[in-house]
Design a binder for this molecule. Structure first.
Ligand code: 7RM
Length: 380
């Protein structure tokens, strides 16, 4: 194949709208997936790499199939639910096969942590050297559970930020980088990322803005299949300037570490303040009664928008009046007075993609009684 021959087209999950056919090519994609996997997860001869992703997701393409095989490492492929026949199945496989690097998503960790530490403690996880996470910002509770119960407080957790469009890890630590739980740390060598405002100007440390990439990288998407105009408008004309706009809101701290706050389309605008969904959801999940949370903006005559929260409660909890008040106080304590809660509802499940991303646009459309659009990738 020629380096620029198309390798595959992958339609983005549609968590934010009409699916886009992301086109990847042969050479750059191989370079991107292979080098990032090797550098971030320190792959060596004899290692046994396990990425739990569905191969239909970009994570499955890049890090179950192409990256590991091109690198010549052994890749474990498992098809099955994380809780069947019981929630110890992942740890049983780690023990039985001697997995050395384990890569999964926060949604899977949150699911498994509901069953406590019983299952991981039943198995010998000492073959593990490095852990990883991908797909959404990892909330502190999930990070701590993963670190304590799977990493036995010793293993590093590689929080890898990237997209279908980027093909490979962009912001992620390497084993020499000091970690901060909840941050994907800094851009990998060769990746020039920054945070800019709506005029394309870099924002100071601590301030939120659009996450952008300033220079090309090997595994970047080449176009949107049969829709070059949308390719330009979706990624290159969002904010003024010659750079790729990722569609995420994020901030950088004083050490240059990146903190992803959520998708720009999902941002809440409360009384003029912009708040990412992830910080609000993470604050909910840090309350003992809450297992999963999704938040959307709900129109409010005074504040423009207030928060509507959809919560899955842990077993034994019901959403009584007192709990609603307690949760409101908890949110005020965690986030300050900006995060105004308009409504809290209890749900049994949340609309998600196969990779575990919450489809907030579905929640928003239902809220307004509108057509929910393309839901072909929806799991509920
Ligand atoms: C790999 C993948 C991409 C979107 C991306 C982010 C979110 C992914 C992280 C993350 C915070 C992470 N491809 N995202 N990884 N947010 N920390 N480590 O997920 O195309 O399906 O989604 O996922 O919003 O733009 S994807």
């Amino acid at each position: 194949m020629d380096a620029e021959d198309p390798l595959f087209i992958l339609y983005t999950s549609g968590s934010t709208g009409k699916p886009k056919g992301v086109l990847h090519t042969t050479g750059g994609y191989m370079v991107g997936t292979t080098t990032t996997l090797k550098n971030v997860f320190d792959i060596h001869e004899g290692d046994l790499w396990w990425c739990t992703a569905d191969i239909g997701w970009i994570t499955g393409h890049s890090y179950v199939v192409y990256g590991p095989l091109c690198l010549g490492t052994t890749t474990l492929v498992y098809e099955g639910a994380p809780d069947f026949p019981d929630p110890g199945i992942f740890w049983k496989i780690v023990e039985r096969c001697g997995v050395t690097q384990f890569y999964t998503a926060p949604t899977a960790i949150r699911h498994l942590m509901r069953y406590g530490d019983k299952y991981p403690n039943e198995y010998d996880l000492s073959s593990l050297r490095i852990l990883g996470t991908v797909g959404e910002p990892i909330n502190p509770e999930a990070w701590m559970w993963y670190h304590k119960n799977i990493g036995k407080e010793k293993l590093p957790i590689m929080d890898t930020w990237w997209q279908t469009e980027t093909g490979a890890f962009m912001i992620a630590p390497m084993p020499v980088v000091a970690l901060k739980p909840g941050s994907a740390t800094r851009p990998l060598p060769g990746i020039e990322a920054d945070i800019v405002d709506k005029d394309g100007k870099p924002v100071p440390a601590g301030k939120g803005g659009h996450l952008i990439i300033k220079t090309p990288w090997p595994s970047m998407l080449r176009t949107l299949y049969k829709n070059p105009e949308r390719y330009v408008s979706a990624y290159w004309k969002v904010v003024p300037g010659d750079f790729y706009c990722a569609g995420d809101v994020a901030r950088k701290d004083e050490d240059g570490y990146f903190w992803i706050q959520g998708r720009s389309d999902d941002v809440l605008k409360i009384a003029g303040h912009r708040i990412g969904t992830s910080e609000v959801e993470s604050a909910f999940v840090s309350h003992k009664a809450v297992a999963e949370a999704a938040v959307i903006g709900k129109p409010d005559p005074v504040r423009g928008e207030v928060i509507k929260a959809f919560l899955i409660l842990k077993e034994g909890y019901e959403l009584h009046h007192e709990l609603v008040n307690e949760l409101k106080n908890h949110l005020r304590h965690e986030l300050g007075t900006v995060a105004v809660i308009g409504e809290i509802v209890q749900v049994k499940s949340l609309p998600k993609t196969r990779s575990g991303k919450i489809m907030r646009r579905v929640l928003r459309a239902r809220e307004r009684g509108e057509d929910v659009g393309d839901t072909s990738t929806l799991i509920e």
